[in-house]
Design a protein around this ligand. Sequence first.
Ligand SMILES: *[C@@H]1O[C@H](CO)[C@@H](O)[C@H](O)[C@H]1NC(C)=O
Ligand SMILES: *[C@@H]1O[C@H](CO)[C@@H](O)[C@H](O)[C@H]1NC(C)=O
Length: 888
Amino acid sequence: MRVALLLPLLSLLLLQSSTCEASQVAKAAEPPPFFLQDTSDGLCLSGAVFKRCAVDTLWYVTGSPGEYQIHLRPAEEGGREQCLAKKTCTDSVKPEEVKLSKCAHCGSKKWNILGDAQQGYVLSFDEGKTCLVREPKTNKALTVSCETTEYSYTPLQLNFASKDDIKTMSSPGARLVTAANSGQIKEVKRALKDDVDVNSVDWDQLTPLIAASQGGHIDVVKHLVNNGANVDAVDKDGISSLMEASIAGHLKVVQFLVDKGANVNLKAGSDVNAVWLAAGEGKADVLQYLIKKDADVTAKRMDGIGALASAAVAGHEDVVKVLLKNKDVDVNESDNEGLTPVMNVCEHGSVAVLKMLVKAGGDVNAVSVNGFTALIVASAAGNLDQVKFLLESGAEVDAMHEEGVTALMYAAASGHLEVVELLVSKGAEVDKRHSNGGTALMECAASASEGNVKVVEYLIKKGADHAVVDNDGVTPLMSAASQGQCKVVDLLLEMEKKKSKNVKPHVDLAATSGGTALMFASGAGKDECVKSLLAAGADLNMLVEAQPEYLDKLAKSIEAGDETEAHVDGINSLMIAAAAGHIGVCKLLIDAGADVLAKDEEDKSALAAAVKGNFGEVAALLVDNGADANDAYVDEEGVEHNLLHDSIIVENHDFSKLLIKNGADLSHIDESGVTTLLQASHRGMTEVVALLLEYDKAKTIDVNAANEDGISALIAAASEGHSEIVKSLLGADADVNAKDKDQTNALMAAAVRGHGEICSDLISAGAEINAQNVDGHSAIMFAYNGFAQVQTLWSRYQSYLEESNEQDDEANSKIIKEALANHTAVVTLLTKSGADLTLKDNEGHTAADFDYHPEVDGDALEQAKVEEKRKQRTKKKKKKKGDKDSEL
Ligand SMILES: *[C@@H]1O[C@H](CO)[C@@H](O)[C@H](O)[C@H]1NC(C)=O
Ligand SMILES: *[C@@H]1O[C@H](CO)[C@@H](O)[C@H](O)[C@H]1NC(C)=O
């Protein structure tokens, strides 16, 4: 059991409660109630057990993930508050029954709900130590260790109930149905005394009598019938009380209902009757009784399946026995697909039932609409004893499917050796071909089932042709290679060696699709198969070249919507392996001399294929082995990409470096004017920047190139605080006074973010201290402003701590204090370096107006209360200055 991968059901449960309608804002809304439903049979968790979903199986949740309390919604107003609880509160993970208890119980406080609407939800307790499951084949809810392998987890659907749903479920009639279903005779009696209609229906059109019959509560059934319940009422699916009792095998209820005049031949919406349902569920005693009461045994479901077939497919021996005694039952009846009870039981595997059917005259050689025979069904399922019995009873061993597929082929494809041996010993033709030209050996090689090595071995021993070629030009060797069945590949190669000195022609055969065994193995990604084929001399550099008949076939299936991808010629094994990300195979092929630079007819290389599949390791391997680092690739939208640029955008340091070292174009500029250098500088890829500059011997990189907003590599790195990159760029003669479109320079960008070391480097490199941007702001103003921002953050943090009674988080405090210190250092540095404090910006403000008060700063903790006015102004300034933090 694995729940670790499921997502926590964040706050869905709690959030919903806050979205109350406007008119109700004053009234606290009740958290939304929901059902926890087991979709396998639709029953709902009600506490210790699963039962029919009703108003008393609704839950709501309080708390937070990992500490949820799961409350049973009281069915009555003012009802007792109860919570779902783990029975013991020790951390015992032994299976225990779940219970309902007071919400103060220690076992009710640590629930979590994990999952999603698709997979369903799992309730877990105490940090996922135990999980709630339904005991197999019962209605009991248990908590078991989430790690256990003994139980599989029970995914539950979480269905919210609306007010209207609850209103319907709370009606007296619906409550009577619920009471009848759980056999609460007292409640039923009380309700009837209170004049609740004995034939009232709930939301599923269920009447109290149908519900009681389903539950097998004979006392309730009697009381209801004696008080006027309609014995032939049906629910929304047309299911009557008698049918429900028959399904569940409640013989006494069945007898009572029939005595009271229930119609034994009513048919449900799907055309089945009580007999059919009892047969399918294996309720032989009910069936016998109904037959005695003249029930119709010949009813068929809408799909043509009769009672006998329905019992046979489930292997219900005693039911089959009862039915076969009845003269109206036809042992050869077939459903709408021509399947007979004999075929049905061959799917199940019961020999006893098969024998009974055959003894009663069941046809062992009937063929279904799709060409199945009983022998085929039993062989495909590997039911050896049934195969034996069928053959002894005259089944034709080579009877064929309309596509010519025999029992032997099915058994071989499923890897059932014993069945294969039996069929061959009874004369099955080993090399018989189906309509596509394949044989049992081919089918076996083409399937991934275990045990097929032995089957292939056996078939070859019995004379099967290992080198047969089907109508698509496919050989067993290709089939096995495509499935990664390497032992079969070896076996087939061995056979070929025995036959001819030179195995290469066979190994290099191409199917009509143009694929060779090596290509198929490369696509399957099995190193062992590739090794064997290479050792047998497979041609590494063969290229796909499809035959016209293949292209015709493909065109037809694209037209029919079965295929979506058009065919491409010129592909080699390496491209196939690269496209699928099989690094091991790629290595083998490259080591054996594969052409790394080859391109297909669409001009795509193996490298392009690896990049398209996002297989970084494979791409690196290819570049390392001579692939063209400037291999432009074009994506689905037709946009041409530059590998190095893309690699930098995803911050793949290693691959970027590899590309640079292998001759990638260093001066690529994307459509918004961003150079490779600018991209790497912005992202702080220090080594990549250094390498770009180092490998640019031809000086193709413009160090000062800026993007549309005028941001240069230096401004970006300075703003983001990448000090090593700033040093590299300055070393490469970047213009220290370059300005963006607002005339903001690198020093200003570094100053506002408090990057002291960078400011110092820029100043040493000749940055103009008192330059002003379009707003008239200078570096020192930026520095003051940056400080004020941190200060605001600090005061907000302080008041947050006060309001929430949180303990001071040391780590947070430390970072903010450090930032304050960094900003202070920048202000000091700029002042010392000759920043003009009297400069005015366009609004006439000087640096001091940006609210930096060095005298009070000594103890930043004292600064918690900052005047409202200052805050307002800071806000305004902040907005105006904008922020260099934005993406490039
Ligand atoms: C079932 O069909 C077979 C083949 O047609 C026939 O020989 C056999 O008598 C039939 N059985 C019964 C009971 O009708
Ligand atoms: C303060 O500056 C140092 C040195 O540049 C840096 O490592 C640190 O991350 C800065 N701290 C904060 C909170 O910005």
